[in-house]
Write a protein that binds this ligand. Structure first.
Ligand code: UDP
Length: 244
């Protein structure tokens, strides 16, 4: 039996209410039993984009699991008086799956990021995850995805990780997820971090819920991403009032 998680709905997106450890267990179980799975890890920016794009919103609602990636989602759930236990980030979920795959000789396909990042990953993954079976790697700057999808179809990986940024990665997954019986997950800029091209915020910043600030200071062009937060919180407060 698969445990199914209860959810907390923040601006029409249902977030799973569980811990990263329990979620990881569920994903591994689903991979072992060949259940097709679509995971979205969402932050306020994604929720706001979905709020303004009904097609994308429907696509997220059709995913098997949406996790709270981003402290703003936890803040939103708190405002709704339905707190979520912790962040479940795309990067940490990816790392845990790769470690598990390495320990159990499971396979993964990587699509996304720049060609030089993919070249670095090709070199680095076998060092960091010696037991991992790399079904394939492809950069995320393609015009036509048919050759990539054919490759995924042929290799039947246990997991497909799409690092194309949103909404591209979720659109890609929703369109092609039936190509395998495995797990599909959008992981944003995670390949850049895995390859060492981008450094994640040090523990202190993460522990104090300031990873967003660290990344914004490092890459000021990210400022427009956090600019949606006040509007997001305003809408969540409105939702809270309506639910009272
Ligand atoms: N990307 C891609 N194809 C595209 C646009 C973006 O592969 O057409 C990649 C980009 O190189 C980066 C990732 O998608 O590795 C998006 O990273 P970003 O930092 O925007 O995502 P976040 O982690 O903030 O969601």
């Amino acid at each position: 039996m698969q445990p199914s998680f209860s959810t907390v709905t923040v601006l029409d997106i249902p977030f799973i209410k569980t811990t990263a450890a329990k979620f990881q267990e569920t994903l591994q179980q689903r991979i072992l039993t060949q259940q097709n799975t679509f995971v979205v890890t969402a932050n306020p920016e994604i929720v706001m984009y979905a709020h303004h794009h009904p097609d994308y919103q429907q696509l997220l609602q059709a995913a098997d699991f949406v996790t709270p990636d981003g402290i703003g989602i936890l803040d939103g759930a708190k405002i709704l008086k339905q707190p979520l236990p912790e962040r479940i980030t795309g990067f940490d979920t990816l790392i845990d799956l790769l470690q598990w795959a390495s320990d159990h000789h499971r396979s993964a396909y990587f699509v996304g990021a720049k060609p030089e990042v993919i070249a670095a990953l090709k070199h680095k993954l076998p060092q960091d995850y010696p037991g991992l079976v790399i079904a394939g790697l492809h950069d995320g700057y393609f015009k036509d995805d048919s050759a990539i999808v054919a490759d995924i179809q042929r290799t039947q990986p246990d997991m497909v990780f799409a690092a194309l940024g949103f909404p591209k990665q979720e659109n890609f997954i929703a369109e092609h997820r039936q190509t395998t019986k495995g797990l599909w997950m959008g992981v944003g800029g995670s390949f850049d971090v895995l390859a060492g091209a981008v450094v994640r915020a040090p523990q202190w910043w993460q522990k104090h819920h300031l990873e967003w600030l660290y990344r914004t200071l490092k890459e000021p062009k990210r400022l427009k991403r956090i600019a949606v937060i006040p509007h997001y919180l305003h809408l969540v407060r409105q939702q809270a009032k309506q639910q009272r």
